[in-house]
Design a protein around this ligand. Structure first.
Ligand code: AMP
Ligand code: MG
Length: 521
């Protein structure tokens, strides 16, 4: 097994001067060197051949002892020195101070085919940033992270990738609902891959400590290594960097809204500077379309991270990044101009994305009315988002409003909920929609094909991952293997797997793990 090591982050940025692995505040450093803890009995559950290929590993490599040992933290790859990153963050809108990689350990940076990657283990033991927690992860949350990152990638949503999922052989104590009922669960380790794991909080920590030397060092490093297209100098360079992060973040949020993904913990320590989705914790997928829904029980009271609030929160987080970069820029107006453009750009991109979902190629500004009315109606009665949009592509130009409506009826959880008024509203909506469809140049079939490229058939529904977890906890990984394959082609019909194109069953409505998740992972 051969990796092309390239330790830029650790060789060009300041390290923690202490090497003792004890929880502490770490100053004037971007990271601490720390080795993973040796797992008792690592077992490989699954590995991604595609991600392996991305980083220059073969199928055979994945089966090797070397792979098992290195990606479980049992041994350290020659010439590398694992490290945990130091960062801070705003959690649920409040300043939380130093956070850092409390249970993530970066193995190394590598290059392959002119691309750089950081390889990271999640759940491989404590670091100086673990605070009072143990540094481990359980099988349940590791399956959720492992599967979802890959599902998102294949949906076309910017994300970290998953390389492998292993059991550590150790038991980990968790209180799933924080209600005083801790129980032992199987420990697991996910290895994940990203161009970098630098996040908004990486800059916030130095700004909050008025450590401008390291703030500048980190920002210059990040731009040079990760935004090589930025050619501006001085203040303009930093402004351009902020603008690029803003645009990438916006793009990611539009994609989340397109597929119905709710991150659940959009704290600034979970916001990547590349605008890729990181840290799959108490995330969830909209089943019934509800802009007020959050899967995260910790956020139940204020629902700060609810589906409909994600664009707003991303902007809030960008304000925090702007504040952190301000000492390098010293031009509030210029930063504000970028932040203000976010809102209008978001509105434009959102409308365009929704027009794509509706199959409207000749895009009119008036479609905003159609889109807004649709999202209102989707909330009036429980309606499955994925099924609704997928079935919408079955409508033909000849359909009456009533027939068009009939084609999406499967998406309702309880048709009886559709009282007379609502039914009339729906018919009115389809009246306009079918009119708009008839203005499209594409044939019905062409439009259907186009729509099916943006409206997935298969997403990692909350209840499906819970079923997969239940089986996996008993040692049966067949569903995990199956889901991993299905989710590689989320836009394909895959008739053999039609059973996963189904509404959430009743048992999952209020079930822990399906509709209610906590940060306990
Ligand atoms: P999250 O919101 O899951 O990204 O985590 C927020 C912070 O808590 C990060 O600094 C994590 O590293 C840390 N953290 C979460 N779970 C653990 C754990 N089991 N052990 C140590 N640190 C943790
Ligand atoms: Mg995190």
């Amino acid at each position: 097994m051969k990796l092309h090591i390239q330790n830029n982050f650790t060789s060009q940025l300041p390290a923690d001067s202490l090497e003792a692995n004890v929880p502490r505040q770490v100053y004037e450093a971007c990271f601490s060197f720390v080795d993973p803890l040796k797992p008792s009995r690592p077992i490989l559950i699954h590995a991604s051949t595609e991600v392996a290929e991305e980083i220059g590993l073969s199928k055979e490599d994945l089966q090797s002892d070397d792979f098992l040992n290195i990606f479980s933290g049992n041994t350290i790859y020659a010439g590398t020195k694992p490290f945990a990153m130091c960062y801070a963050g705003h959690q649920f809108g409040n300043w939380a101070g130093q956070l850092g990689d409390g249970r993530a350990i970066n193995l190394t940076e590598i290059t392959n085919k002119n691309k750089s990657f950081t390889l990271q283990l999640k759940g491989a033991g404590p670091t100086p940033y673990s605070r009072t927690a143990d540094g481990f992860a359980v099988l349940r949350s590791s399956i959720r992270e492992y599967l979802c990152a890959e599902a998102m990638f294949h949906l076309g949503v910017p994300t970290t990738r998953s390389l492998s999922l292993m059991l550590s052989g150790d038991q980990v104590l968790r209180d799933v609902l924080y209600n005083g009922n801790p129980a032992y669960e199987q420990g697991a380790i996910v290895s994940r891959v990203a161009p970098t794991f630098i996040r908004f909080g990486s800059f916030e920590i130095f700004a909050s400590r008025k450590d401008l030397v390291n703030l500048k060092l980190l920002t210059d490093f990040t731009i040079k290594k990760h935004f090589p297209n930025i050619k501006e100098e001085d203040v303009h360079k930093y402004l351009r960097f902020f603008e690029e992060v803003t645009q990438a973040t916006l793009k990611m949020i539009v994609e989340w809204q397109r597929v119905g993904f709710v991150h659940g913990v959009m704290n600034t320590d979970n916001m990547s500077i590349h605008g890729i989705t990181i840290d799959y914790g108490p995330y969830g997928w909209l089943e019934d379309y509800d802009s007020g829904w959050t899967p995260n029980t910790t956020d139940n009271q204020h629902k700060r991270y609810r589906f409909g609030n994600q664009p707003e929160i991303a902007l809030w987080n960008l304000y925090q990044l702007a504040n952190a970069l301000y000492p390098l820029i010293d031009d509030a107006k210029a930063l504000e101009a970028i932040l203000e453009a976010y809102t209008s750009n978001y509105e434009k991109k959102y409308l365009s994305m929704m027009q794509d979902k509706l199959g409207l190629q000749n895009k009119l500004n008036d479609d905003l009315f159609l889109v807004n009315r649709l999202t209102e109606l989707l909330e009036k009665a429980e309606t499955d988002m994925t099924i609704f949009f997928r079935n919408l592509s079955n409508i033909t130009k000849e359909d009456s409003a009533v027939l068009a409506f009939d084609r999406i009826k499967d998406a309702f959880y309880n048709e009886k909920e559709l009282i007379e008024d609502t039914l009339k509203y729906w018919h009115d909506w389809f009246e306009i929609y079918t009119f708009r469809i008839n203005e499209q140049i594409l044939t019905d079939l062409e439009r259907k094909e186009k729509m099916n490229l943006v409206n997935p058939k298969y997403v990692l529904r909350n209840y499906i991952s819970q079923l997969c977890i239940d089986d996996s906890e008993k040692g049966d990984y067949s569903l995990l293997n199956e889901l991993f394959e299905i989710l590689k082609n989320p836009y394909d019909e895959q008739p053999d797997f039609q059973k996963w194109f189904a509404k959430r069953p009743d048992w999952a409505r209020n079930k822990v793990g399906s509709s209610m998740l906590s940060c306990s992972s």
